[in-house]
Design a protein. Structure first.
Length: 181
């Protein structure tokens, strides 16, 4: 069975791995992206780092490795999120995005199998309208909250996700109360 058009060869994966491992970001912009060398996969990426990779690096990383149709579809998604996640929103660009987001998704559906598309990919249709109605997305991001999250060990030394979340929520509520006093 032939490989899909979006599949990277082992040599391409090695080039991406090397590129990512030598790529340096400004302090505080994002953490260093890690690669599993034996599997040639990115791993343990925080959500903000995924956004940085998706918005800024995909058009650069894959421009010579993927067919033009695949690369242009991924680049359109990248630019869509760049516009929606910018600090200032240009309403004209958002209206253009709202008109073209269905075309962007159709281009992706021509490339990727139907099993790739679930409710999360469908939500992209609604993002330009939400940005137009609610304003810049930076005020609704969870990234600052994720950065503040700490791991609280339990009595037996293991981390407990439920107690972590409870402790995190208590700390956040206390800080918010102090900010408004």
């Amino acid at each position: 069975m032939p490989k899909a058009v979006y599949t990277l060869t082992k040599e391409h994966k090695k080039r991406i791995r090397e590129w990512v491992s030598h790529f340096k970001f400004l302090d505080g912009y994002t953490s260093n992206l890690a690669c599993r060398y034996e599997e040639l996969r990115l791993h343990d990426i925080k959500s903000h780092d995924c956004h940085v990779f998706m918005q800024k690096l995909i058009p650069i990383a894959f421009c010579e490795m993927l067919p033009e149709s695949v690369w242009s579809a991924l680049t359109e998604v990248s630019f869509l999120f760049q516009i929606l996640c910018s600090t200032t929103l240009d309403i004209n660009k958002v209206q253009i995005l709202e008109a073209s987001v269905a075309t962007i998704l159709c281009n992706l559906k021509k490339i990727f199998p139907s099993s790739f598309f679930d409710s999360m990919e469908h939500l992209i249709l609604h993002l330009p309208y939400e940005a137009w109605v609610r304003g810049s997305v930076q005020h609704r991001w969870m990234y600052p909250l994720e950065r503040k999250e700490q791991i609280y060990p339990t009595a037996n030394g293991e981390s407990d996700e439920e107690s972590n979340e409870d402790s995190f929520n208590e700390d956040y509520e206390t800080e918010e109360e102090n900010n408004y006093d």
